[in-house]
Design a protein around this ligand. Structure first.
Ligand code: ADP
Ligand code: MG
Length: 301
């Protein structure tokens, strides 16, 4: 097969490992800088060009779209879909998962456990909003934050109110969420490929920190997850429509709580914590599932 990896950074561990795995399994692989693609969106002859040339003959693409380029990145993915090229994750699924509010609403609709979460436009009734989600301590979260940036723990109702008002004053969209204290600064990253959790790790926040993100100094270690956690992760990925997903789960007193579903989960932490060839499993999945025009986004927007 000829596989394209849409990534801005060929030197990144995840990009390198995916490219290696493609080559090991006898595929031709090209790393494509997403922002350098440009496209012709006519219906009879959709094209993607790159560095002055038309991209041709691809059987599949692996989109690794960073949060800062979601808009352009998903347009490029959509264009490959228009050309009938299989995309490991569909453009609509990537867009969907980038919006924490939309994701939580979709998961809640299907009965997947999440933390009690509030959302408001106006700050007129902030006091009631805070009461609605159970009062302090509370998490206030930027809707499109990533790597733990934009996640704040407010210890008192007053602090929560000030933070909410400050963010809203800056026109930022935020969620107000119950603080799952019993998780103890740890969460579980489940790496889902297709309908399986192929690897999982526990991420523990560093001393004095509640956010377990590796980018915030958290550390990963291997963990055995429960059948309930496993099925929750698989369901969450399926609801989002992602074939490849990093599903983050907190262990709460009332069972597994899905924090978020990432569409470009990093490989370094999970491979190093578990010793598994996760990249290889991703490529195996593509090998089994990539078919011309199989990405179903077409017609769905
Ligand atoms: P990001 O997209 O920035 O990673 P998350 O929603 O995943 O945002 O939050 C980052 C981290 O903060 C989580 O991995 C978790 O450790 C901690 N966290 C977030 N929300 C809560 C919560 N409601 N209760 C307890 N910890 C939380
Ligand atoms: Mg996260």
């Amino acid at each position: 097969m000829k596989i394209g990896i849409l990534s801005r950074k060929p030197e990144l561990y995840s990009t390198r490992r995916l490219a290696e795995a493609c080559e090991e399994k006898g595929h031709e692989v090209k790393i494509i800088d997403t922002l350098r693609c440009y496209m012709n969106i006519t219906s009879h002859n959709p094209e993607v060009h790159y560095k002055g040339q038309k991209l041709e003959g691809f059987d599949a693409i692996i989109p690794r779209i960073g949060a800062s380029i979601t808009f352009y990145g998903t347009a490029v993915v959509r264009q490959f879909e228009m050309m009938g090229v299989y995309s490991l994750n569909e453009s609509v699924a990537i867009t969907r998962s980038r919006d924490k509010l939309r994701s939580l609403q979709l998961l809640a609709r299907k009965g997947v456990g999440g933390a009690v979460t509030g959302f408001a436009h106006s700050t007129q009734y902030t006091e009631d909003l805070i009461k609605m989600v159970g009062g302090a301590p509370l998490i206030v979260k930027l809707l499109e934050g990533t790597q733990g940036i934009g996640v704040i723990l407010a210890e008192t109702d007053k602090a929560a109110e000030s933070v909410i008002e400050a963010f809203r004053g800056l026109k930022a969209n935020i969620l107000v969420q119950e603080y799952i204290k019993e998780a103890g600064g740890a969460d579980i990253r489940c790496f889902v490929v297709g309908d399986k959790v192929v690897a999982s790790m526990m991420r523990k926040a560093k001393e004095g920190e509640f956010r377990s993100n590796l980018h915030r100094g958290g550390t990963g270690s291997i963990i055995k997850i429960t059948p309930e956690e496993r099925s929750t992760a698989v369901r969450a990925a399926r609801i989002m429509g992602l074939n490849l997903a990093g599903v983050d789960i907190l262990r709460s007193n009332h069972g597994p709580v899905v924090m978020e579903v990432n569409s470009s989960p990093g490989l370094e932490g999970i491979e190093k914590s578990t010793g598994k060839d996760v990249a290889g499993m991703v490529v195996d999945y593509i090998q089994k599932n990539a078919r011309d025009g199989k990405t179903q986004t077409r017609g769905k927007g």
